[in-house]
Design a protein around this ligand. Structure first.
Ligand code: GDR
Length: 327
């Protein structure tokens, strides 16, 4: 029988790739989106505009348990991928009360609705390397203690404990991916990789003259988003629920990303990039670098696209947006 999946955050980078993957596997897909997204679908649903005919959309708000109950009850999903959250770490320094409330409550409401109305549904929780935060060791794996240092990270640790609690107390199948940074041409413009690529292309085309960034010497473990959503699906196909680190295991500096992107466009980044202390974040003593051995051995997961190819795909994607606009 055709499997049914609910995806929250379906219009985001990960949600859109996951929807494509599940459609290719024959799933019936149900996306939960806010009314405001439907009203401004050209912008807010652009990542899934090519899929709208094949997805069943539900207008619902994750801060309203009644609307979630109705959707879960009606759909009777086999799987639920909870990807929606306020995910830009910097905002969480500015708007901490609502970000913590929204991220924690939405996870709690969904778990409660599933427990009551679709208890056989398997639940994926989108955890993050930000849960490790100011960590004592590198690389990190599933046994590394959490020490989040942003409200966003704290909200993810809370969601993780909620999901684990529903697993142990109520026997729900809840699995969590602790995902490190993952990028693609669909990345939002506020994240550093898209910001770099979009500005580099504009500078190349003479539409912008410089780029302001924060700490160029921050290190990140960057992977390719379609590889990472594949891991989400794999996590819900196992015999037992579990938690998995998903990462490339290699780190690069923001400066390396900048240099690679600008070089692909035959530009010397040193002529165009300036730093702004306001964009700096609390610095890290130890690098966030993931050890995905467990996912490799238990799930058979691997990442397929390396750092320089991710940058290239993003630069090509950005260029093609400008070419399309000018046609
Ligand atoms: P991150 O992603 O916070 O790691 O979280 P982001 O791309 O925002 O930052 C990556 C690194 O770049 C440094 N940086 C800047 N970042 C931004 N956004 N803008 C700048 O101008 C800039 N200059 C330097 C940052 O300090 C940081 O070190 C992402 C999100 O997708 C989370 O939701 C997810 O959980 C984690 O990845 C894993």
């Amino acid at each position: 029988m055709m499997k049914k999946a609910i995806i929250t955050g379906i219009a985001g980078q990960d949600g859109s790739y996951l929807a494509e993957l599940l459609l290719s596997k024959g799933y019936e897909i149900h996306g939960i989106v806010r009314r405001i997204a439907i009203e401004d679908s050209e912008h807010k649903l652009k990542n899934i505009s090519h899929l709208t005919e094949r997805i069943i959309m539900h207008v619902g708000s994750l801060d309203n348990i009644l609307s979630l109950i109705k959707i879960v009850k009606d759909v009777q999903p086999d799987e639920c991928y909870h990807l929606a959250s306020s995910s830009f770490v910097s905002y969480s320094f500015d708007d901490e009360i609502s970000i913590l409330n929204n991220n924690v409550n939405s996870t709690h409401y969904l778990l409660a609705a599933i427990k009551e109305f679709a208890p056989r549904c398997r639940f994926y929780f989108a955890g993050s390397s930000e849960m490790f935060g100011d960590v004592g060791q590198s690389p990190q794996n599933e046994t590394t203690p959490f020490n989040p240092r942003s409200i966003y990270g704290i909200s993810k640790v809370a969601g993780h404990h909620l999901a684990r609690n529903y697993r142990s107390q109520y026997g729900l199948f809840t699995s969590m991916g602790i995902l490190y940074n993952h990028e693609s041409p669909r990345r939002g413009y506020e994240f550093v990789t898209r910001k770099i690529v979009s500005s580099a292309v504009k500078i190349k085309l003479g539409l912008q003259d410089h780029l302001l960034l924060g700490n160029l010497d921050a290190w990140r473990d960057w992977g390719y988003a379609p590889d990472y959503v594949h891991a989400m699906w794999m996590m819900l196909q196992t015999d037992e629920p579990d938690d998995f680190v998903i990462a490339s295991g290699k780190t690069h500096r923001v400066r390396d990303f900048v240099d690679t992107a600008f070089s692909l466009l035959d530009l010397d980044y040193r002529r165009y990039v300036r730093t702004d202390p306001q964009l700096f974040r609390p610095s890290e003593r130890v690098q966030l670098c993931g050890d995905a051995t467990k996912a490799r051995t238990r799930l058979g997961w691997s990442h397929t696209i390396d750092f320089s190819d991710i940058v290239r795909l993003m630069v090509e994607g950005e260029m093609s947006l400008h070419t399309k606009c000018n046609q």
